[in-house]
Design a protein around this ligand. Structure first.
Ligand code: MN
Ligand code: MN
Length: 476
């Protein structure tokens, strides 16, 4: 034994008593690195085709159908009970998704739930958006979610949307994602003219109202027509999608950063792009839950996965405050017990465990003053557990239970925090489910530049989340 290998009492005590969080890359084997990189590629491809909540959940539903899931409505029409191994889902108005795999244990003993959200900050069109000014066609917008408006100027944007025509036909629109597609943009002022603008506060120098989108500049060829550039755009929209100006009032049209996600860094250890909040957690939760479709991985407890819309603004019948989630559990309970009369899911709820899988603000050395270095989550150090600070103060018993699950399964976890006291803060949907009596803990992936058009995550944290969510569903 060399002299260096003999540890002092102090060194041994430190090892035993202190909690040190190491960078996961340092112990990753070549096989793990390959799995991490493959998982990241699949995620990048999925997200590039799932930038809106409709697109994201539609992709999920096609996977669920392939895996033999049926809708809860179909299940209710069938005779008999839902047996262990049954797979059911509900796609709520095409925007939120909840699905379950039935276990062998009675539902009153509780279910294990992963929840994440599939909406992300973006630029929505107003209901009467198209106008002409100085021979430009422009779209008037209203941003969705908490954004810093100046970040959304002078970048290429893509249009994603759904138009319902007067005869009830649905037209899905996506312009700006194909290599050959045109893109859109919100202009910014040249520095040479910006002396006054640069004196303003960042919250004011580009206001939300100024985020109008450049849509065209070529007048319709007709001497007698008015607003001829606007007419060109209306004409194109009618020719391609059968929509008229009136249909904007009902359409859901949104603009998001154009293009695919990219590896970041010479070492390719990170992924940059639009929509990580919270689709990186939604993706890992989705595939974490799907792992248990395989009968060889069947669980005793029923597992539920909720991918909800409208986290960023809270409202709507597809949002986390809507009753659809509770109702899904009621349908499930009725169908598993074959009792449709006194459906009481209170016991089910209060015995259930949930992780709210949502991103956390990663420590950023560029802005160190707003982070608490001791509790901030760091890139490469695993999934972040946030006990409090989100309107949900999870109890010690439940937190220790989750920490134990991760420790036993070799899942690397770290502290999740929301910044310096009185300087930082944010909410997740945890408190909504805590209100139903469920044990809930926030657990997600650290993100840099959150809510910007180019958010960044670590590939190893993405993969750790996937493994961690699987471990939770299995052991909670
Ligand atoms: Mn958010
Ligand atoms: Mn979020």
């Amino acid at each position: 034994m060399t002299e260096e290998a003999v540890k002092t009492q102090g060194q041994l005590l430190t090892e035993k008593l202190s909690f040190s969080i190491k960078n996961c890359w340092e112990t990753a084997s070549p096989e793990e690195r390959q799995a991490i990189s493959q998982f990241a590629e699949q995620y990048k491809n999925f997200l590039a085709k799932g930038k809106t909540e409709r697109e994201f959940t539609a992709q999920c539903v096609s996977v669920l159908k392939r895996e033999g899931f049926i809708t809860i409505e179909e299940a209710l029409k069938q005779n008999g009970k839902l047996a262990p191994g049954s797979k059911v889902y509900q796609h709520v108005k095409g925007k939120s998704l909840v699905f379950a795999i039935i276990g062998t244990k009675p539902l009153q003993e509780g279910v294990n739930i992963l929840s994440a959200h599939v909406d992300s900050p973006r630029i929505d069109l107003k209901t009467n958006p198209l106008y002409e000014d100085s021979e430009f066609a422009l779209f008037d917008t209203q941003y969705y979610g908490g954004i810093k408006p100046y970040q959304w100027t002078a970048i290429p944007l893509a249009l994603h949307g759904v138009v319902i025509t007067k005869n009830g036909e649905r037209r899905d629109i996506c312009v700006g994602e194909d290599e050959e597609d045109p893109v859109f943009t919100i202009t910014d002022l040249l520095p040479h003219f910006a002396t006054d603008q640069m004196q303003k506060k960042a919250s004011e120098f580009i206001s939300g109202e100024e985020l109008d989108i450049l849509a065209g500049s070529e007048p319709f060829t007709d001497d007698k027509a008015a607003d001829k550039v606007k007419l060109t755009i209306l004409h194109l929209l009618y020719a391609q999608y059968g929509m008229t100006e009136e249909d904007f009032a009902s359409a859901e049209i949104t603009f998001v950063p154009a293009g695919k996600l990219k590896d970041v860094g010479l070492d390719r250890s990170m992924i940059g792009g639009y929509g990580h909040d919270d689709k990186c957690c939604a993706y890992t939760a989705f595939y974490g839950a799907l792992y248990f479709v395989d009968p060889n991985h069947a669980l005793e407890k029923t597992i539920v996965c909720l991918l909800t819309d409208k986290e960023e603004d809270g409202g709507g019948n597809t949002g986390p405050r809507s009753r659809y989630f509770e109702n899904f559990l009621k349908y499930l309970y009725a169908k598993v017990t074959n009792n449709y009369m006194d459906i009481d899911v209170c016991l089910l709820l209060s015995n259930s465990s949930m992780l709210t899988a949502d991103v956390n603000a990663a420590y950023d050395p560029n802005y160190s003053e707003v982070y608490d270095k001791k509790t901030a989550p760091y890139f490469g150090k695993g999934i972040a557990l946030s006990k409090s600070g989100t309107g949900n103060d999870a109890n010690a018993e439940y937190c220790q239970k989750v920490q134990g699950i991760f420790n036993r399964n070799n899942i690397r976890w770290q502290y999740g925090g929301w910044g310096t006291v009185d300087k930082g803060g944010a909410g997740t949907i945890a408190c909504i489910f805590a209100n139903l009596g469920i044990d809930v803990l926030d657990c997600g992936i650290p993100v840099l530049s959150m809510h910007s058009p180019f958010e960044v995550i670590s590939k190893i944290d993405l993969y750790t989340a996937y493994k961690g969510y699987k471990a939770f569903l299995k052991d909670a």
